[in-house]
Design a protein around this ligand. Structure first.
Ligand code: GCV
Length: 709
């Protein structure tokens, strides 16, 4: 064991570099120094060794230096402390109080169940709070739990608790390009400035920012990150070989926060980079090439996470070129990664993007199921099939993808989109937690059955977990809209535990981001933020595309309304509005048959407009404007009412936000205020275009005589 590294406030132990979150230039998000006040005012003993324990020590030391506490590093056993963060395996536990807390905690929790690499136990004994873990990762997550709890972590009556992440991997995908893409820019579907990793064809080199990002992610629960776009162009393909050093540099700064790096790779890499004539997964030379390339990656980055692949999709190369299926493709890469413990995330987002709008028999919503379910059971165990939450494409409302329930012999991950491509692009407030909560609670076999959350987690965490497309960039607020930080935080927390209540998570985020001790009128601020954010996804839904029909967005940039923007395009996203009605018939009886991809309970519910839930009616059925919804309104009147209501709600949001002027940081206030003006403007445009379109199509006036153009 090391010599005593007792630390006092004058001489804190800094194991890492100071991060930029302490500089005014970059917003501290959910880790402002003030969030550490409760911890930092205490006497803390950190017991154990290892890179991540050093991170814990560094965090605690900085907090104590700021708020007057003290830190000791083991083996300083005979000190009076308020908090002990200890590795159970690090020899004898520091003192009798810790030992007692451990026994009390374990007894109360019923056993000495293993905590795994990332789990921890929190228990009290007398005046001491003890966090115990079996591995350094657990201690790091335990530390951030204490930060989240603030003073409650030191409540003498707090019962013992055990925490373990539901899934081993909790992953963010960055759609960042190394070279600026002529259409998509530096970050595809990025609404928060440039990339924190890449700029104009090169690595940015500003690793302090990346490190600060890792810290934020660790505090939310994320532990894996892919650093380049799933659309892999030539420059990005080189990250696997010639530019691997750039990836290794990122891995080095994220490692102290327990985050592993993954790479999006091109399926055609053996041709593009290796000069082979083919990328056929059955070709021996191709397999050797992947094995050798992967070995070189692990020689450089020992804890490399694995590959992410978008194949045969929207122009990306894939196994179809060689007459092979996606199990052949995924297994090729999985075989190369297996000896090193790596994993392939293989995306199920495969569909025909050259569809003819005249062809009513092809349905994009069916594609992933049709391609992938015949392959169930054929994937290697280190393949995770990554499935978007809905069958089409990250719309504000879609039914949950039937693929998630249809592949019991495959590890399936749920993919959500934190970047708000179709949900207001971080110019609109649209808190997505409630939407993800609905998806996670969906029970594909019917009410009371297993949920999507349970399937993603799998038996004892063996499922694919949750993956999200990141919403971060080099914007000073990280996410463009300061309140969009809540979506990123919520994703991390739900990935850690998909059973969490998204509104409670939002509350947690508020407490960290706007710490009550540093906020005038904290209760008023909290209440107002809840009023603005809690229902903001439904507000967004009200003023955009109605009743689940989706895709009435402006083509290309996907921002703002364009009702017929995709109606005659090749992308397979149509609404079929005519003078009599609107919606897509996806029933088995008369439509594309998509409804039949669900297990019997939902297949039956979705099959008929009589039973289909209102919010998905137009996704599954083409109905007359006079069709009466379960809520008693006609379709046309519902369209008018929701669009008027949605705009009024954005005006109310703006009014409420203005009441916070002077109570919160002025730069945050101004940025949000400015974006709310844009949200109201854009929502008004949505309302007027959608209402006018349907009024002109149907000729049915608004029953309440409001202005339609
Ligand atoms: C990365 C949608 C987006 C594309 C994105 C694609 C995907 O189609 O518009 O920008 O490409 O999804 O998920 O691969």
């Amino acid at each position: 064991m090391n010599a005593d590294r007792s630390v006092d406030v004058e001489h804190p132990v800094f194991v890492g570099e100071p991060t930029q979150t302490h500089e005014p230039r970059v917003h501290a998000a959910w880790l402002p120094p003030e969030a550490f006040r409760s911890l930092g005012a205490r006497r803390v003993l950190v017991h154990g060794e290892g890179l991540l324990v050093d991170t814990v020590l560094d965090e605690v030391s900085r907090a104590c230096a700021r708020y007057g506490g003290r830190v000791w590093h083991s083996p300083s056993w005979n000190v009076d402390v308020d908090l002990v963060l200890a590795l159970r395996a690090a020899g004898e536990l520091p003192n009798p109080a810790v030992e007692a807390a451990r026994s009390a905690g374990e007894a109360a929790l019923g056993d000495g169940e293993p905590l795994g690499d990332e789990g921890f136990l929190l228990a009290r004994d007398g005046d001491v709070t003890v966090v115990l873990a079996d591995a350094p990762g657990g201690l790091l997550y335990g530390l951030f739990h204490v930060v989240r709890l603030c003073a409650a972590a030191f409540d003498p009556t707090r019962p013992p608790e055990r925490h373990r992440p539901a899934s081993r991997r909790r992953m963010l995908n960055h759609w960042d390009n190394v070279a600026v893409h002529p259409v998509m820019g530096q970050v595809e579907r990025g609404y928060a400035g440039g990339s924190i990793f890449w700029r104009d064809g090169c690595a940015r080199g500003d690793l302090a920012r990346v490190r600060a990002y890792g810290r934020l992610l660790a505090a939310s629960g994320v532990n894996a990150i892919s650093v380049n776009n799933v659309n892999v162009a030539r420059t990005e393909a080189l990250l696997l070989t010639d530019r691997l050093g750039d990836v290794a540099d990122i891995a080095d700064v994220l490692r102290p926060y327990g985050i592993r790096v993954h790479l999006s790779v091109s399926f055609a890499a053996p041709v593009l980079l290796g000069g082979l004539p083919t990328a056929d997964p059955h070709d021996e030379a191709v397999r050797d090439w992947w094995a050798a390339a992967t070995r070189r990656v692990y020689d450089r980055i020992g804890d490399f996470g694995g590959y992410l692949v978008k194949a045969d999709s929207e122009g990306q190369p894939g196994p179809f070129t060689y007459g092979r299926d996606h199990a052949d493709g995924a297994n090729l890469l999985a075989e190369a990664l297996a000896p090193h413990g790596g994993v392939v995330h293989w995306r199920a987002f495969v569909y025909d993007h050259h569809q003819d709008w005249r062809d009513r028999s092809t349905d994009r919503a069916r594609a992933a199921y049709d391609h992938f379910t015949p392959l169930d059971g054929k994937f290697r165990t280190n393949v995770v099939l990554q499935v978007k939450y809905g069958p089409v494409d990250f719309q504000t409302r879609e039914p949950v993808s039937p693929v998630l329930a249809a592949m019991p012999a495959t590890r399936v991950a749920l993919e959500v989109q934190v970047t708000q491509e179709y949900t207001g692009q971080q110019r609109h407030i649209c808190h997505l937690g409630p939407w993800w909560g609905e998806v996670l609670r969906f029970a594909p076999w019917g009410p009371g059955g297993r949920t999507i959350a349970e399937m993603a987690v799998g038996e004892a965490g063996s499922g694919g977990g949750l993956v999200a497309v990141a919403n971060t960039g080099d914007d000073p607020f990280w996410t463009g809209h300061p309140l969009a930080q809540a979506n990123l935080y919520t994703f991390g927390r739900l990935a850690w535990d998909p059973r969490l209540d998204p509104t409670a998570v939002l509350d947690e985020w508020m407490t960290l981001t706007f710490p009550p001790s540093a906020t005038a009128e904290p209760e008023l601020v909290r209440r107002t933020l809840h009023e603005i954010m809690d229902d903001s996804w439904r507000t967004y839904e009200r003023y955009t595309a109605p009743l689940g029909v989706g895709f009435m967005v402006h083509p290309g940039d996907h921002y703002g309304p364009d009702v017929d923007g995709y109606e005659y395009s090749r992308w397979g996203t149509y609404h079929f509005a005519d003078r009599d009605g609107v919606g897509v018939d996806r029933s088995r009886a008369s439509g594309t048959g998509f409804a039949g991809q669900y297990p019997p309970y939902w297949a039956q519910v979705y099959e008929s407009p009589r039973t289909c839930p209102d919010e998905l009616l137009l996704f599954f059925h083409h109905v007359p404007y006079s069709h009466v919804l379960h809520n008693g309104s006609t379709v046309i009147q519902h369209i008018y009412d929701t669009h008027f209501a949605g705009v009024e709600e954005t005006e109310t949001m703006r009014r409420r936000w203005r009441t916070l002027n002077g109570m919160i940081d002025p730069t945050v206030y101004e940025r949000v205020a400015e974006r709310l003006d844009e949200q109201v403007r854009c929502a008004t445009e949505w309302r007027d275009q959608v209402n006018t379109y349907f009024f002109r199509k149907s000729g049915v006036p608004d029953a309440r005589g409001r202005r339609i153009y």
